[in-house]
Design a protein around this ligand. Structure first.
Ligand SMILES: N[C@@H](CCOP(=O)(O)O)C(=O)O
Length: 273
């Protein structure tokens, strides 16, 4: 099997391939993948090729290889991928008892927004679970759907969604329009601020790309498009340990002290009661 990836798809593909005893080839943009994600693909034994180009170049090459050689492409252009991914919406409905009012999520290759919407529609058709307004968020420097044109050199700290020509572009527009939602851009500054908010206030450590959903939620609420009391689900797509660079660079330097109670108490500003 083969995939193009900004990191997360390759990590999953490599793990499942290992379990199934399959060979997995991974095409990634050279120097643009967070270390934790590369580590996952490598530890599961994937054949890793770094291409001098963007994710979009990787996907183009992977598609051509899958058309020409006996390899299966497992990106979200594979209909079975979307069928599997849509079941995440079933799980949300099962947990909440019905669909949320709003679902916010990051948009890179646009597989997630496509798959979740499909899942909600199916669940609603089957059981009348309701349908959320789908709000997708691209990084401002990698926002082809928001701009309405391909971005040839996408730029953002949110490496997982650094994509200039999403494969499921049309499906994403359908999800937006049919659900009465939106697809908007958030800046890297907003993403980092939501990233810190999630870590500091919620105890949830995500990778920066994932925080695009929460940054977008805050922006959409501030714009008056979400009412107080509405039930909102945010998808956060990756664990923070996969891309820890921003956690470390943004944090205070650790303090080094002698190994004594007095030094520790002083460093922590503790007073005897
Ligand atoms: N962010 C994705 C990009 C590939 O998307 P896919 O949904 O088509 O596999 C990644 O993790 O690689």
């Amino acid at each position: 099997m083969i995939c193009a990836s900004t990191g997360n798809t390759s990590a999953s593909a490599a793990a499942y391939a290992a379990r199934a005893g399959l060979t997995c080839a991974v095409l990634v943009p050279n120097g643009k993948i967070a270390l934790g994600k590369l580590a996952q693909a490598l530890v599961h034994g994937a054949r890793l090729l770094q291409l001098d180009g963007s994710f979009d170049d990787c996907l183009r090459v992977a598609r051509d290889l899958a058309d020409t050689f006996p390899v299966t492409l497992v990106n979200s252009v594979n209909p079975f991928r979307l069928e599997g991914q849509k079941t995440a919406a079933f799980e949300i409905v099962e947990d909440l008892g019905s669909a949320p009012d709003v679902h916010c999520l990051p948009v890179g290759n646009a597989g997630n927004i496509t798959a979740y919407w499909r899942g909600y529609v199916e669940e609603d058709t089957r059981d009348g679970a309701g349908r959320p307004r789908m709000h997708g968020f691209q990084a401002a420097g990698a926002a082809p759907i928001v701009r309405g044109s391909v971005v040839t050199r996408p730029q953002t700290i949110a490496t997982a969604i650094r994509i200039g020509n999403p494969a499921s572009w049309d499906f994403a527009l359908q999800a937006r329009d049919a659900s009465g939602g939106g697809i908007d851009a958030v800046t890297d500054r907003q993403i980092l601020s939501a990233y810190r908010l999630l870590a500091h206030r919620e105890g949830v450590f995500v990778e920066p790309s994932s925080a695009a959903s929460v940054a977008g939620l805050l922006q959409t609420r501030a714009a008056g498009l979400i009412e107080a009391g509405e039930r909102v689900v945010c998808t956060v797509t990756g664990n923070g340990l996969k891309d820890p660079e921003w956690a470390i660079s943004g944090a205070a330097k650790p303090v080094t002290i002698p190994a004594t109670v007095a030094a520790a108490a002083a460093a922590l500003d503790l007073q005897r009661s």
